[in-house]
Design a protein around this ligand. Structure first.
Ligand code: HEM
Length: 467
């Protein structure tokens, strides 16, 4: 998801919302600040959202208000806040109204933009695409595509971030849409990239020559493509790819999902999957390059599980059945997601007033929880700046607050694709670590850009050394 909760007030609240956003007087009892006239703290948040959150917590405590992107919101910080908002026992928080101002124009009616009963019914229907049968099919497609591309990268220097971004797009054409790499996939990928870039563009109207116009055109192309394809796959029977699963997904009563809903879910899913996998693959690779002893442990684990090199002289694929055996790889990935969560903050809007941390938060308040802050909080994690995958042994996980680690969210909206993400990362590691040693120059430390999704500003300069 290429966005931060910081962007919450980017568009005006839609007319059908029952409450307006709270004004300064309504939030007067909550500590915080409004920043500069007109722009508030917008630029500060864009430049360094994590640094700003740290400064705000130090100054105002773990519940604070902030004005940015044209409106007020209230930050709720800590594992208890994560649980309150994400688990949402009392159904107090709307995800649609939290994410809507950011995503509604380009990714309307995606799962994250639905609440309660409608959301539950659609999520159940779409879950079919993540059952073992289709997942095994995606694993084959991922092994095929990743094996080929990683071999092609070859030994030498490369910028990893743009390379994995392109590979992830190509992989999605195969396992998400069921088409092979080529001009059709390229056209779809282009439209999709335009949409994602537009979703965080500062100009929110599709005026000529703006990114938003490109995004809106990209959306029109994809809606048309997926609409025709949904009809075709329903008539002819689809394959095992994710889109074909969605096209034929049924509700509990056996009825098919309306075609326009299939299309919106598909668009949204591609967006939810793409930048998140790209960002987390990059952070894991960086942390393994910086921590060669862990890189070696993972390499040995992968070789033990896949059996090393096959009869063709190439490293073997990672079989779907063996995914669960890569325990250290999974722990290392979890640690990378802790240190650099791809979705750094998660927005909601309060449908009713509630109390938290001694404060009364009025109905209609946009609120946000902050995984980046909690994942790096010294009150929860010893030496949080240290890469230490042993934080994720089963025992250590059990001993911690369940909501101290939330890279995939939690509760009803918990990431639907998290097993797909684990699978793609494990297959990527299996193919990379058995072919190459990953190195970075002595003293190298890339500058990470937080907005709109964590990524190294220089693309992550690595060297692959053939094993
Ligand atoms: C490392 C990779 C990923 C991360 C860190 C991630 C993170 C998240 C988070 C934090 C949420 C919940 C947001 C909220 O509660 O407001 C979410 C929701 C979602 N994610 Fe992921 N995601 C990842 C990969 C994927 C992939 C690969 C897919 C699809 C194949 C996917 C599909 C979805 C969908 C459909 C939702 C909405 C679920 C709902 O609202 O019920 N994600 N993701």
């Amino acid at each position: 998801m290429a966005t931060l909760a910081a962007h919450q007030s980017i568009d005006a609240a839609p007319a059908h919302w029952t409450q307006g956003n709270p004004d300064e007087d309504t939030l007067a009892h909550i500590p915080g600040e409004k920043g500069w006239p007109l722009v508030g703290n917008t630029f500060k948040m864009l430049a360094d959202p994590h640094g700003m959150a740290k400064a705000m917590v130090a100054k105002y405590g773990r519940v604070y208000k902030n004005k940015a992107f044209g409106g007020w919101n209230v930050a709720l910080i800590g594992a208890d806040a994560n649980e309150l908002v994400l688990f949402d026992r009392e159904k107090l928080f709307s995800s649609e109204q939290g994410w809507g101002p950011i995503l509604d124009r380009l990714f309307p009616r995606g799962l994250m933009l639905m609440d309660f009963d409608h959301h539950r019914a659609d999520r159940r229907a779409l879950s079919i695409a993540f059952k073992p049968g289709p997942m095994r099919h995606y694993a084959d497609a991922l092994n095929r595509g990743i094996g080929r591309q990683v071999e092609e990268w070859g030994a030498g220097d490369m910028r990893f971030y743009p390379a994995i971004k392109e590979l992830t797009l190509d992989l999605a054409a195969d396992s998400f849409i069921g088409i092979s790499w080529g001009p059709e996939a390229d056209r779809i990928n282009r439209a999709f990239v335009d949409m994602v870039q537009a979703s965080v563009a500062p100009v929110r109207k599709p005026l000529p020559f703006t990114q938003m116009k490109k995004g809106v055109d990209g959306r029109a192309f994809l809606v048309d493509y997926f609409t025709q394809e949904t009809h075709r796959r329903r008539a002819q029977g689809g394959g095992q790819d994710m889109f074909s699963q969605f096209a034929t997904a049924e509700y509990d009563d056996g009825s098919l999902m309306p075609v326009d809903e299939v299309v919106d879910h598909m668009n949204f899913l591609m967006m939810a999957a793409h930048d998140t996998i790209t960002s987390s693959a990059t952070s894991l690779l960086w942390l393994l390059a910086k921590n060669p002893e862990w890189q070696e442990k993972l390499r040995q684990e992968v070789e033990a599980v896949t059996g090393g090199t096959g009869a063709d002289g190439r490293p073997r694929d990672l079989a779907y059945e063996d995914l669960g055996k890569l325990e250290l790889t999974e722990m290392a990935f979890k640690e990378a997601l802790r240190m650099i969560p791809p979705v750094p903050s998660i927005p909601r809007r309060a449908l009713e007033a509630f109390e938290f941390g001694g404060y009364h938060i009025p109905a209609g308040t946009p609120v946000g929880v902050n995984p980046t802050f909690v994942h790096n909080d010294p009150e929860v994690w010893d030496s949080p700046e240290k890469f230490d995958p042993t934080r994720f042994t089963r025992q250590a996980e059990k001993a911690r607050h369940k909501y101290a680690w939330v890279p995939f969210g939690g509760g009803a909206h918990m990431c639907l694709g998290l097993h797909f993400a684990y699978m793609q990362i494990k297959i990527l590691m299996a193919h990379m670590l058995t072919r190459y040693r990953i190195e970075v120059a002595e003293g190298y430390a890339p500058d990470w850009q937080a907005w709109p999704i964590p990524q190294p500003k220089d693309g992550l300069q690595i060297r692959l050394v053939r094993i």
